[in-house]
Design a protein around this ligand. Structure first.
Ligand code: SAM
Length: 205
């Protein structure tokens, strides 16, 4: 991955994703989590302060060692047990039907084979379990989409493979999830090409 990907990028993500403006969105997406939870793309643990007390334990899946180190303070401050349990959302080292919930925040943009990762999430979720997500992706407006296609090559290079044009809802439904809650909106204060968010709940039947 190199020096930039391993050491610099996780720190940039910690700052960029840690902006206060994201806190209400993190609170919304984590609301209702219960029992055993797998979080893919744990990053630097920016969701940890928003885990409800109803969460029994979290299995964190994150390739970046620096991200995990940056999470240390948040992990000390929470009462929820969190273990770094995997390195790659495309290959989850867990038994079938073992989690009540999955959590993904601004991660599906970056995982190289997102279809494989979503099939892994479905495999490890119990029947009736759900994925809570907030993801940026393909914008609802054609004018913004054109910019997303133009800017995506640069975005991928600078942000470790982050895509701008992934159709979040389409990916989830193709993977077999049923969307039970969905809010599609542009994030306030973010450029539209980057801030076209889908927040919701995807049920694994
Ligand atoms: C934009 S960051 C979001 C981090 C965190 N979810 C948040 O909300 O702050 C994307 C994260 O996906 C992680 N990632 C990249 N490839 C991955 C993979 N194959 N499996 C799991 N996570 C991955 C990156 O290391 C990074 O931490």
């Amino acid at each position: 991955m190199g020096m930039y990907g391993e050491h610099v990028l996780p720190r940039i993500i910690n700052v960029a994703c840690g902006l206060k403006s994201a806190a209400p969105l993190r609170r919304r997406v984590c609301e209702g989590l219960e029992g055993d939870v797998v979080e893919i793309g744990f990053g630097s643990g920016l969701n940890v302060p928003f885990y409800p007390a109803t969460v029994a334990r979290v299995a964190a899946v994150e390739p970046a060692d620096v991200g995990w180190k940056l999470a240390a303070g948040r992990l000390r401050a929470t009462g929820v047990p969190v273990q770094r349990a995997g390195l790659d959302g495309q290959s989850l080292p867990f038994a079938d039907d073992s989690y009540d919930f999955a959590l993904s925040t601004w991660t599906l943009c970056t995982i190289p084979d997102v279809a494989v990762a979503l099939s892994e999430v479905r495999r490890v979720l119990k029947p009736g379990g759900s994925l809570r997500f907030i993801e940026h992706g393909l914008a609802p407006d054609e004018r913004v989409r054109r910019w997303q296609h133009r800017l995506e090559p640069v975005q991928k290079r600078v942000f470790g493979g982050c895509h701008l044009t992934r159709p979040v809802v389409g990916l989830l439904t193709t993977a077999g999830f049923t969307i039970t809650e969905l809010d599609v909106f542009y994030e306030e204060g973010a450029p539209k090409f980057l801030g076209a968010n889908s927040l919701g709940v995807a049920l694994s039947p």
